[in-house]
Design a protein around this ligand. Structure first.
Ligand SMILES: Cc1ncc(COP(=O)(O)O)c(C=O)c1O
Length: 407
């Protein structure tokens, strides 16, 4: 079937929830994609931060092919080959860089997406607060249940994660929203302290993205994260880091929070974890990993044989020697090249998660696409760069030449 026919079918039968670009990619290798007409594109979006190892990395293709020939899915009623290994690997990566006394090991719930990983974190935080109240002989129904989130955050499109998302424009039309989420401005310690002072007794968690992605790459200052940690420790609330976009080596460390030296209680992840196989994960530190018991949370597909095979192959490749340094080095080169382009302002980010402001970002994205570079605009004046983590300086130079012309 040709592209014109495919397009017609999608327009007729697929809900128009995304303003799709006029391209259909049919194959990919490493940093490059090819469309239905045979035209090649350099990919600086990687499926929205998903294809960490680039397209069709041989280790992932091998793992998926071998697994698909053996077993694709059996459900969570049973043990799953490789899943314990993925969870062990995540636990080690999460613990790495933490102070010795805080390395307690992590237990993971496997989901299929970032929103689902966050749903798990929200349920876990509320249940934990009830358990604490019960243990103290208090009324569990009156246990803290509110969650502080950040203005301009993004946590997903399910109703609870949308409610947690501090962008009221995204709530519009879907009210009533689930209650209990309180947005506060990013990097405003005084506002966070005031909020905790007034409502802290009803708060079971603070949930933040260490680097906001969908809002256009806005990092939390280490001091702000440290304040959130202190307030959680003082009140018994859990500190949840949503690392769905900034986690899994995107910033040159396994998780973005590791740059700030702040220890969270719960970390959610998805996107880059399994190279494009749908997978999400919610990991909880130490005893918190036993909060959700049989019957209290679940998923039919989460942590399937296929997803675990892809995740294991992905994590092994990303954890190889030299990868972290390369991501940091190439990310710095990207920021340097971007900053030198006329009309580009406020270059920001960490590793290979970079944002910058330009006039008419959607127009720039369209012109770049026509010239063979895949980019994304998170807003009318913001470009976001999320290249595969295999990106090298040469790719950055090629992308910047195309971008310069598109600007
Ligand atoms: C920080 C963050 N959390 C959650 C999500 C939702 O993830 P998903 O689309 O996989 O449900 C996203 C998606 O962009 C995200 O960036």
């Amino acid at each position: 079937m040709g592209f014109a026919e495919e397009k017609q079918l999608e327009e007729r039968y697929v809900m128009p929830t995304f303003a799709r670009k006029d391209v259909e990619f049919v194959s990919g290798k490493g940093m490059y994609l090819t469309d239905a007409s045979g035209k090649r594109y350099l990919d600086f979006l990687s499926g929205i931060g998903v294809c960490s190892l680039g397209h069709c990395h041989p280790a992932v293709v091998r793992a998926l092919t071998q697994q698909a020939e053996k077993l694709i899915h059996v459900s969570n009623y049973f043990y799953i080959e490789g899943r314990g290994e993925v969870a062990e690997k995540l636990s080690g990566l999460l613990d790495s860089g933490l102070p010795e006394q805080e390395r307690e090991g992590w237990k993971t719930f496997f989901a299929n997406s970032g929103a689902e990983a966050n749903e798990c974190a929200i349920k876990l935080a509320r249940l934990h607060a009830r358990r604490v109240a019960e243990a103290r002989g208090e009324d569990a129904d009156a246990a803290p249940s509110r969650i502080i989130t950040l203005v301009k955050s993004f946590h997903g499109r399910t109703l609870a994660t949308l409610s947690a998302t501090g962008q009221s424009k995204l709530h519009h039309g879907f009210e009533p929203m689930p209650e209990g989420f309180l947005p506060t401005p990013i990097n405003d310690e005084a506002a966070l302290e005031r909020l905790m002072e007034s409502v802290g007794a009803s708060v079971c968690a603070i949930m933040v993205e260490p680097i906001q992605g969908e809002s256009g790459v806005h990092p939390c200052a280490p001091e702000f994260l440290r304040t959130a940690r202190r307030l959680c420790s003082e009140t018994g609330a859990l500190l949840i880091f949503d690392e769905v976009q900034c986690g899994i080596f995107r910033t040159g460390r396994p998780f973005a929070f590791q740059h700030a030296g702040v220890t969270p209680d719960v970390v959610t992840m998805a996107k880059g974890i399994a190279s494009g196989m749908p997978a999400g994960a919610c990991a909880a530190r130490g005893d918190l990993g036993d909060t959700l018991q049989a019957g209290q949370h679940g998923s039919t597909f989460g942590g399937s044989n296929l997803a675990c095979a892809a995740a294991l192959a992905t994590l092994r490749e990303l954890d190889a020697e030299g990868v972290r340094d390369r991501i940091a080095r190439v990310g710095a080169h990207l920021q340097e090249r971007l900053s030198a382009l006329p009309g580009v302002q406020n270059v920001r980010g960490c590793g290979l998660m970079v944002g910058a402001d330009v006039p008419d970002a959607p127009g720039v994205v369209a012109r770049a696409l026509a010239a063979g570079l895949v980019l994304n605009a998170t807003g009318p004046e913001t470009l976001r760069f999320l290249p595969p983590l295999i990106c090298e300086e040469d790719h950055v130079d090629e992308a910047m030449d195309i971008l310069a012309a598109a600007l």
